[in-house]
Design a protein around this ligand. Structure first.
Ligand code: NAD
Length: 288
């Protein structure tokens, strides 16, 4: 068999995203060894029992020692402390990448915490996930046929970006590259705003007075629309905080449009309402 692409991959933050990459790497034999940097001993026990990793440590500097690639997949607000904790253990040739849902704030955290290793840090975001979290939900096929966005900085080493790109391609993903700023804007619109709306709608209805009972009358459409409100509150709290500016821009534009929709409903403006829904139908048919 061909030599594995990596000698040792360290996964720091072994939840859904980190655990799924570990499982995919294992299944495809992309690394000779997969080790984990974990916060809780229980996570490591679960992962070892499931055969997802070979070893691990709660000491993050120890966990990344000797790794030629380090994938950081902790919640975005924990990135800064995580980079700082692991930096002393990084080898001078280690490639570092992450899976955080916000890129601007993670890059700022990396510049603070990674020091001279920053040139080998390739910011990334797999556009794949589910409402479940934790290593128990890890799935070696999570990234298959999904997109991964890499947002290298002007000073990011090109060979590092190419190697991280090759890893994602090897687990079945399609890699796209853009600036962190563009990523944060686009994701604020296509992911962060819809999650905010889903959480907020379910919350509004649940506080409507007749208790949670009204959900008994909810049909499939309501389930489809609000499925993402089952996602992890801590993860989403972090995303709304760390991508505040882009989320606010997207939210303001939406609130303004919603006010127009309200006016059209109030005025019985059929042209405006039919126009809106026809445009939405057409857009969805084209793009989704
Ligand atoms: P998760 O809750 O399943 O996993 C996070 C893991 O990080 C947990 O094992 C947790 O114990 C660990 N952790 C938390 N703080 C830590 C710390 N300080 N040090 C070490 N470990 C710590 O969450 P997830 O869904 O795997 O998300 C991980 C990252 O991936 C987040 O940055 C998130 O924004 C991003 N992401 C998530 C999705 C998704 O749909 N779930 C999709 C793309 C990207």
């Amino acid at each position: 068999a061909a030599a594995p692409m990596f000698d040792r991959i360290a996964i720091v933050g072994l939840g859904l995203i980190g655990g799924s990459l570990a499982a995919a790497v294992r299944e495809r034999g992309l690394a000779r060894e997969v080790v984990a940097g974990v916060r809780s001993a229980r996570t490591l026990e679960t992962a070892l029992a499931a055969g997802v990793v070979d070893a691990g440590s709660q000491d993050l500097a120890e966990a990344v020692a000797g790794a030629d690639l380090v994938f950081v997949a902790v919640p975005v607000a924990a990135m800064a402390a995580t980079f700082a904790a692991m930096a002393p253990g990084l080898s001078p040739h280690a490639l570092i990448t992450d899976g955080g849902s916000v890129k601007g704030s993670v890059i700022a955290a990396a510049r603070q915490g990674l020091g001279a290793h920053m040139r080998r840090f390739v910011p990334g975001h797999p556009i794949a996930g589910k409402e479940k979290s934790g290593v128990e939900a890890a799935d070696p096929l999570l990234y298959q046929s999904h997109r991964v966005i890499l947002t290298p900085e002007p000073d990011t080493n090109a060979a590092a970006t190419a190697k991280v790109c090759a890893l994602w391609t090897a687990v079945g993903a399609e890699v796209l590259t853009m600036s962190a700023q563009e990523h944060d804007q686009v994701l604020a619109e296509t992911s962060h705003l819809p999650h905010l709306l889903a959480f907020s709608l379910v919350d509004t209805l649940s506080r409507q007075g007749h208790s949670h009972d009204i959900f008994r009358y909810a049909a499939g459409g309501f389930r489809d629309f609000t499925r993402i409100a089952s996602s992890d509150p801590v993860m989403w709290h972090d995303i709304f905080q760390e991508n505040r500016d882009a989320v606010l821009t997207a939210l303001d534009r939406y609130v303004a449009d919603l006010a127009d929709v309200r006016s059209a409903v109030a005025a019985g403006d059929s042209d405006a309402l039919l126009g809106l829904m026809t445009r939405a139908n057409t857009a969805r048919a084209w793009f989704l």
